[in-house]
Design a protein around this ligand. Sequence first.
Ligand code: CDP
Length: 255
Amino acid sequence: MNAIAIDGPAASGKSTVGFQVGRSLDFVFFDTGVMYRAVAWAILEQGISSADSVSVGRVAGELPISVSAPRRDESDGRQATIQVGELDITWSIRSSQVDSIVSVVAANSQVRQELSRKQRLIGLKHGSGAGGKSGVVMAGRDIGTVVLPEAPLKIYLEAPLEERSRRRYREITERGKAADLSTVLDDMRLRDQVDSERAVAPLRPAADAHRIQTQGITVQEVVGRILALAADVLGAGPASTGDKDFPLEGSQGIQ
Ligand code: CDP
């Protein structure tokens, strides 16, 4: 199986690094966090409290989420297009309201059961090459431990909270949104705590994960280390096919 699991806390670099590794190897890159964010977005839209675990679980089971590669005209910096039905929610799921409830939503056991089952199917399909790419890079919190424990290469990215908060602050302000660094830091600390302390699939490195400290080294260096490990463990080298448009989950999306 050609699968690379990348886990780590908020803003540790999983999606930036994972996307580039995927592109270099001609692997699908799938960021599982968008699915938890989509459920959090949906319950806000429907006026459901994150504490109403039965309703939140039901939403996770019913929500028609789809994830696909951006079309050529969607050149606004997105890595993927996230939709619920026909509605494009790619940027709505990055709101501070979603940030503030997503970890509580993700601690719901029904939500985890629904989403990690779908993620595993996506991982197995693309990891076997059945999706038209050579493999899969999956990013999240529990990919190496729960979603794809058999992934031959597992990475755990780490960086101090202060550094991760600065990164997230930069990302938000570069999108033209207002942010306050100390609020970003407080929110992230809380989210990390909920993610690490939840009963089901808590954030933690798999025993066989390669831990990479990302503070003070460039994205290119992190990507380079992972590519070296991929060459070693998977025998995977840089792709010659270049950038192609491809549906991550076929034209129907993931549901
Ligand atoms: O981008 P950032 O690292 O801030 O977060 P994300 O990867 O988009 O994930 C948002 C939230 O979804 C996390 O704080 C977790 O609560 C949850 N999540 C999870 O529980 N398991 C995953 N595999 C991915 C995300």
